[in-house]
Ligand binder design. Sequence first.
Ligand code: G6P
Length: 614
Amino acid sequence: MCGIVAYLGEKKAYPIIIEGLKRLEYRGYDSAGIALLNGKMQVLKKKGKVSELENHASEQLENYDYSMGIGHTRWATHGVPNDVNAHPHTSNDGNISIIHNGIIENYDSIKKALIEKGHVFHSDTDTEVLAHLIGEIQKTEKLPLEEVVRLALKKCVGAYAIVVMDQNDPGKLVGAKFSSPLVLGIGDDEFFLASDASPIIKYTNKVIYLNDGEIVTIKRGKGYCIKNLSNETQNPKVSELDLKLEEIEKGGYDHFMLKEIFQQPTTVATSMKGRINSKEGWAILGGMKPNIARIAKSDRIILTACGTSWHSAMIGEYLLEDLARIPTEVEYASEFRYRNPIIKENDFIVALSQSGETADTLAAIKMAKAKGAYLYGIVNAVGSSIARETDSGSYIHAGPEIGVASTKAFTGQSTILALMALYLGHHKGLIEETYFRKLLAELESVPSKITKILAKDDHIKYIAGEIKNASNALYLGRGYNFPVALEGALKLKEISYIHAEGYPAAEMKHGPIALIDMYMPVIVLATNKSAYEKIVSNIQEVKARKGIVIAIVTEGDEIIKEIADFIIEIPEIEEPLTPLLSVIPMQLLAYHIAVMRGCHIDQPRNLAKSVTVE
Ligand code: G6P
């Protein structure tokens, strides 16, 4: 989704903003733009990549001597991706420029009123309407920019992170946030505003995560001031970033996605750190500890999320019902928030999100909070909105995930869910001690077992080459492997653009079997001990129709080896922990197929990393 970078300081703004926009490219975008101010404002916008904006700037920019500016990557919502719809947008008189992430829902009525006043619009965007509204209020009220922005925002309904610059009020930037993220970076005599910390970390580790309804004013030589929409001064908390520049660089890998797949032995170990000890026989989540008695007595657990996080939530459902015996439901956040769900005081609601900014997940928990539920977050991005909105939670500590297709966040979330189920089940006295310790030891062994699977990368790449030209693919799994089948299909769709479906293996007979012919690769997750014979039968059914079977099996499996076209062996593990291993070949298979098809791995078409609009 849209990315925001703004700079005000002593350095040259242009290279800082361009570099910042490149750091935000991973969020997904289709055009980019920049406005620079040094006495006079210059606005440059271009459809396509930031590099195209740079080429355009090398021809158009009058000089590079600007010490303040705003930059934007746009993911189209209102109006097609083109130069005109790209941000920044300017006010009717051209004095004010604005960049925006979010949607102004009542833009149409505001636009009509402004047209009646003689405003002329050039783009199809809601953002240009906000630029004109700010300009109109400034013209009539003659107030400082921050005050004008506040009055304009009070008329808006929707979501926004914005930064505003006025060429008649140089040396000042005004930023504001509601539902979309905005971070203020505080350096020595310089300030940054950005959608996340990645454009800031090179210059300072001091940041303030703005809260909804806050407006920040930065003045050259005078510092910053944060007020709310009621014009009351706020006392913000300055946080120190625990992020290193290397973490947001490729580190020798061809793509961020590959780096993140290969990081998983480390990230899964980090997710568990201090939370498990098989020798002493405990698993604990600090966020749950103070309320463990209350959580253990929950009538129901509701897990809510979107995308890949929704798939790990499904694994959570299997784990929590299996080990902690608490009825668990999994809800798409976008459906949950709008379908008038029954939420009781004794429900435990868990939101899962890599970014911590997904608009639907955020709105779902706000709705649940309003109904009195206790909220828990399983989040990767530290300081993100969902992390702050929930009553407590567990960070997965996977480090920044930059590839749009989520990988290490999935295994991190699944690790936390396994710990949650073990902690609750043990607290309730439901797991027999020997089995409990066995599961703890098995969970601790996951990082080294992932390393063993990663060592099979060449074999997986070979299989990828054999099926890379397919137009469709089917992923089948039973029990704990069913959510992995869904995730495997999603990975392939996202980055290779091959149509893929995940199905419970037994359900194949009820429809998808009609699709199977000699061109159809069928990826079967066949590591289950329970229902092993059933899954063997499912493989036979596929082979009987000449489908190409790629089976993920437990090391030493001799039966499926004889039937499948290709096998990928993974180490043996207790069934509830299987997804942490069986997903790795899914990720590598999708990755290699997409590379062979020449796709954009880290920024697949149309997708966004952090979906901050509904
Ligand atoms: C987008 C991303 C997915 C992600 C989903 C949920 O669609 O492309 O990779 O799984 O959002 O994001 P979240 O940050 O809430 O986990």
